[in-house]
Write a protein that binds this ligand. Structure first.
Ligand code: GLU
Ligand code: ZN
Length: 324
């Protein structure tokens, strides 16, 4: 039997959502869709909408990205509640949670390389689970990396869940039972660990984000349960893809949003989400557009597929001068 949770579990009596961009580049149209969706869902539920900066991966961070993200959200009048929450300031909490997982036999060291895992089909199959590896007298590589990552011993795999937009989702077996990485060989905490710990710390009642994270939610659910917390509601929004089916991403060099076109951007984000937003609104102010969004927000009106192709969407809306 595990010891009591290492975290202070709070059960707020209000709705709490969050937007959690990684500062790997400026916000692009896909990020805006997630921000607008999360913001409106929080407003309609008379709750809080927090901003969390996922800055735990310095090698992938762009120098001015955090400032750019804050400026961009302000230009679009997506005003968050309270102080900005920075993951880079949470290391002590992650350390504490990691120690607790170790003490409770819920983590183990793994030496597998990406190449080995790819050769096995791309999913980690638990190769080091019973090897009892312990990094004593370890020789650290010239790159400063350890030979060991730490994995979560996933015994509480979640097979299915209900998404507030996408409906009942069944996770592929290999995804739901994977012993995923919680601390990387380069010593950095992995996204799943940090994200779940922070959602618990902030008492998030509903996670609204892009559907690219629909299946990875399985990992997070197992972790919430292991840490003694209940899983928040989940609402995954459609992600914008290029015609080739490629996701718009900061790494994929999707263009940063033009803050001078905030109204057009917001209008398109609402339309992309599936709301019947009147065309005249694109010439109005961001405040008016967001107010319209609040007044007309209904989950069952939203586009309920994980991906939506940008070129087709823009053609449908007869917008040709939008770069994404
Ligand atoms: N930081 C993650 C990203 O930008 C999103 C995290 C989340 O919403 O859970 O993809
Ligand atoms: Zn391994």
């Amino acid at each position: 039997m595990s010891q009591p949770s290492p975290l202070n579990i709070i059960q707020p009596d209000e709705y709490r959502g969050r937007f959690a961009p990684s500062p790997s580049g400026p916000l692009h149209f896909g990020s805006l869709v997630a921000a607008v969706g999360g913001y409106l869902q929080a407003k309609v539920n008379k709750g809080k909408w927090f901003l969390r900066i996922d800055d735990i991966d310095p090698p992938r961070q762009a120098a001015s990205a955090i400032d750019d993200i804050l400026t961009c959200l302000q230009a679009h009048h997506l005003d968050w509640d309270g102080e900005v929450f920075y993951q880079s300031q949470q290391t002590e909490v992650y350390d504490k949670v990691l120690a607790w997982l170790n003490e409770n036999g819920l983590s183990y060291y793994c030496q597998c390389t990406r190449k080995q895992i790819m050769a096995e089909g791309g999913t980690y199959l638990g190769h080091c689970r019973d090897r009892n590896l312990t990094p004593v007298n370890e020789v650290i590589g010239a790159d400063g990396h350890s030979q060991y990552s730490l994995r979560f011993l996933n015994e509480v795999s979640s097979l299915s869940f209900h998404d507030e937009l996408m409906g009942d989702i069944r996770f592929p077996e290999d995804v739901s039972s994977e012993d995923f990485i919680i601390k990387r060989k380069d010593g950095l905490y992995a996204y799943h660990l940090a994200s779940v710990v922070d959602d618990i710390q902030q008492g998030i009642t509903e996670v609204v984000r892009g559907a690219d994270l629909l299946f990875p939610s399985a990992c997070q659910m197992a972790l919430y349960r292991a840490l003694g917390a209940s899983v928040p509601k989940m609402l995954h929004l459609p992600v914008a893809v290029f015609s080739e089916g490629r996701k718009l991403s900061k790494q994929g060099h999707a263009k940063g949003l033009d803050n001078k076109k905030a109204s057009l951007n917001l209008y398109l984000a609402l339309a992309f989400l599936g709301l019947p937003v009147p065309k005249t609104l694109m010439h109005d102010t961001p405040e008016v557009i967001l107010q319209w969004g609040q007044d007309n927000w209904l989950i069952n009106r939203l586009y309920a597929k994980p991906e939506r192709a940008m070129p087709m969407f823009l053609a449908e809306y007869q917008v040709s001068n939008f770069s994404y």
